[in-house]
Design a protein around this ligand. Structure first.
Ligand SMILES: [Mg+2]
Length: 250
């Protein structure tokens, strides 16, 4: 992996779309969630003005910008409200994509997750902070890893759990990943692998990064890329990347 500072004009010559993860890339990691009885409190993070401006500028320079997150659509729409005309939103680890008000569903996970959900709901553990509202995957926020959750999911060979340091994502093994989302998005926009630069920071980004022609890691310890951005940098990783790309295209 090379540092982003070594990225050249030739490296991005074929890039038409930039795919950005959200948590740990466009905003700091960490989700504030609390669930008491039937009341769920979930903080909406705000995308900085500077990054909003950078995404607008990339759009003006002719780049497509795709946001690929494990979060739900309602949350991404809120976060990117001001620049919705300029981005496509791929949500819940590649399950579906929103573009200009149209929804492209990439997987039907209903029958896979239907039976596991009540089992997970029954787990009683004080480390569980809450279930994040989702449509196609299951996300359970916990203060630390919980063996019981992993064991319940492991019994179903068709499902995976990914622990990202603050939550478990549960979905359909080998299919319901950010790579599925990216493949479908490439079809929508008629792009090839080499037209796509993708940036992610976490374990659920592995497939996404492998699927793109120019993967950029925002955390070398969790995700592999051709380039990387130091974790403890002065700017948020997406900020550094967009600065770099904009400087290269002039
Ligand atoms: Mg992330």
């Amino acid at each position: 992996m090379k540092p982003i500072s070594e990225m050249s004009k030739e490296d991005i010559a074929d890039v038409k779309m930039i795919v950005l993860d959200v948590d740990g890339v466009l905003v700091q990691r960490g989700t504030k969630i609390q669930q008491v009885g039937n009341t769920t409190t979930l903080e909406t993070k705000v995308i900085e003005r500077k990054e909003i401006g950078q995404i607008k500028e990339l759009h003006q320079k002719g780049f497509l910008v795709n946001i690929s997150s494990g979060r739900g659509l309602y949350m991404l729409q809120e976060m990117f409200r001001e620049i919705l005309p300029f981005v496509s939103l791929t949500y819940e680890n590649g399950s579906s994509t929103w573009y200009k008000g149209k929804i492209y569903q990439h997987i039907n996970s209903f029958k896979y997750l239907q039976n596991i959900f009540p089992k997970l709901k029954k787990v009683e553990n004080e480390k569980i902070k809450g279930f994040e509202p989702k449509e196609f995957i299951i996300t359970i926020h916990c203060t630390e890893q919980i063996k019981e959750i992993e064991e319940i999911v492991a019994k179903d060979k068709k499902l995976y759990t990914v622990w990202n340091g603050e939550a478990y994502d549960i979905g359909v093994k080998g299919r319901q990943t950010k790579a599925l989302g990216l493949r479908k998005v490439m079809k929508i926009f008629k792009l090839n692998k080499e037209n796509v630069m993708a940036m992610g920071d976490n374990y659920n980004d592995t497939e996404l990064l492998n699927e793109s022609g120019l993967p950029v890691s925002a955390d070398q310890s969790r995700a592999e890329g051709k380039f990387y951005i130091p974790l403890e940098g002065e700017f948020l990783p997406a900020d550094s990347l967009m600065q770099k790309v904009l400087s290269l295209v002039g």
